[in-house]
Design a protein around this ligand. Structure first.
Ligand code: FAD
Length: 403
């Protein structure tokens, strides 16, 4: 068994104390998950692009609506969802963001939109006194080196499809998320776990070496791991500052050997539950004890069970033999394997779920994957519980507007 590639970072202080210190010293106030502006100025004279058509903006930038956000009129028809934000700006630089924050009346809530994929849509709905910063113009991706270490600096408007395509050209790898339209910074500041790659490459946040942020006072700061605010930002959403760009340490693409994907069709929910039960048993027996692989199952609203097995550089077995029990299981449940895919690189694996997700827009799905950091092997009771709750109850086709 190989050693984990990324050691847990040593965090010399409890995260809660950082948040408290940040709030007390005025770096930012944690209020409803948003940063609250701490300065004041003349908001009407800010030379930053203003979004006029807020309703059109909302429908373009929000990827999917949660079912609990769909309000009904008295006749049962849905109320068109709109943002409550007072103003929406599209800044083009750190300087524009800093100038804007300085110009806002004190205690104005500020929300950021990067990829627009947050399932609660809290930042996009905002509140009537809030200002939303749509960071879509901040699309820069720059590659550089620090000695032998390959780095990429990513602007706050970049989404995973753009980053993955760019990283491919440099023959590198990163633990990216599966959604092509998910914002890189939105993912990072909210935890960001890669079911495909985190077992080998750690969390994307563990690879960050530098953050450029704008604070509640409109101060631009470059944070490195020595700064208290650095660790707090990687998990605090937009509560503590606005991330302008992030610099991330990459690995050579050879750390990932490739992946196998099998798509199995199902008709009834009971069939999905039984197949999921089998996949979790497969994970328990074949994948959990073997750190050279990772397994993910996605159950879609279009009645497909998508199993992806990712093989890392330390895998020395036979790929076809490794996934054969999954095909045999589908056969024994009389479920057809409708697609078999083989991918031979990090890039192809990173893009493996893009077509599935494109077909899922507006539809919910259930996803079972490896969680790095867990220790031990779960017993069958826990695996059965997951199947009879998550897979059996997920609103796969009942809630057309939910994710
Ligand atoms: C199809 C799909 C696939 C997904 N796959 C994965 C996955 O594989 N792994 C995983 O961990 N998660 C995954 N997610 C969840 C996703 O990572 C989170 O919902 C993430 O927060 C979305 O980021 P966003 O930028 O797209 O969303 P947004 O709605 O734009 O932003 C999300 C949050 O981040 C804050 N934020 C955004 N930009 C900034 C900034 N520059 N500075 C400060 N705060 C900011 C916003 O204020 C907001 O609160 C997936 C979600 C979807 C819909």
């Amino acid at each position: 068994m190989s050693e984990p590639a990324i050691p847990e970072p040593a965090i010399p202080f409890p995260r809660r104390s950082v948040l408290k210190a940040a709030a007390v010293t005025g770096v930012g106030l944690v209020a409803g998950g948003s940063l609250v502006a701490g300065s004041g100025g003349d908001v009407d004279n800010v030379p930053v692009e203003l979004v006029e058509a807020k309703d059109a903006w909302f429908s373009q930038r929000v990827w999917s609506l949660s079912g609990n956000k769909v309000l009904l009129k008295s006749d049962g028809s849905p109320v068109p969802p709109i943002t409550l934000a007072r103003r929406i700006y599209r800044p083009r630089s750190a300087e524009e963001i800093a100038g804007l924050v300085k110009s806002l009346p004190a205690i104005t809530p500020i929300a950021c939109i990067c990829g627009g994929h947050e399932s609660s849509n809290a930042a996009a709905f905002a509140s009537s006194d809030a200002v939303v910063l749509d960071l879509a113009h901040l699309k820069s991706i720059q590659f550089h080196r620090d000695g032998e270490v390959m780095l990429v600096t990513v602007g706050a408007g970049v989404v995973f499809r753009e980053l993955v395509e760019a990283v491919k050209g440099h023959r590198c790898a990163l633990p990216v998320g599966t959604g092509p339209g998910v914002g890189v910074v939105g993912y990072l500041v909210n935890g960001g776990l890669s079911g495909y790659f985190s077992r080998r490459l750690g969390l994307l946040g563990q690879r960050v070496v530098k953050l450029t942020v704008v604070t509640a006072e409109g101060e631009m700061r470059v944070l490195t791991p020595e700064d208290e605010l650095f660790v707090a930002m990687l998990g605090a959403g937009s509560a503590l500052g606005i991330v302008v760009d992030v610099t991330i340490r990459m690995e050579p693409e050879s750390v990932v050997r490739g992946a196998e994907q099998r798509v199995v069709a199902f008709e009834t929910r009971a069939q999905a539950v039984e197949f999921a039960r089998g996949v979790l048993r497969f994970m328990k027996v074949h994948a959990f004890p073997d750190e050279s692989v990772s397994v993910e199952l996605v159950v879609t609203g279009t009645k497909a069970l998508v199993v992806t097995v990712v093989f890392y550089d330390s895998f020395s077995g036979n790929v076809a033999e490794f996934v054969k029990p999954l095909e045999d299981m589908a056969g024994s449940l009389k479920l057809p394997v409708v697609a078999k895919s083989h991918w031979a690189s990090w890039y192809e694996t990173a893009a493996a779920l893009w077509p599935v997700i494109a077909g899922q827009k507006g539809n919910p799905l259930a996803m079972l994957q490896h969680c790095m950091g867990t220790t031990g092997i779960p017993d069958d009771g826990i695996l059965d519980f997951i199947c009879t709750t998550v897979v059996a109850e997920a609103p796969l086709d009942e809630a057309a507007l939910s994710l």
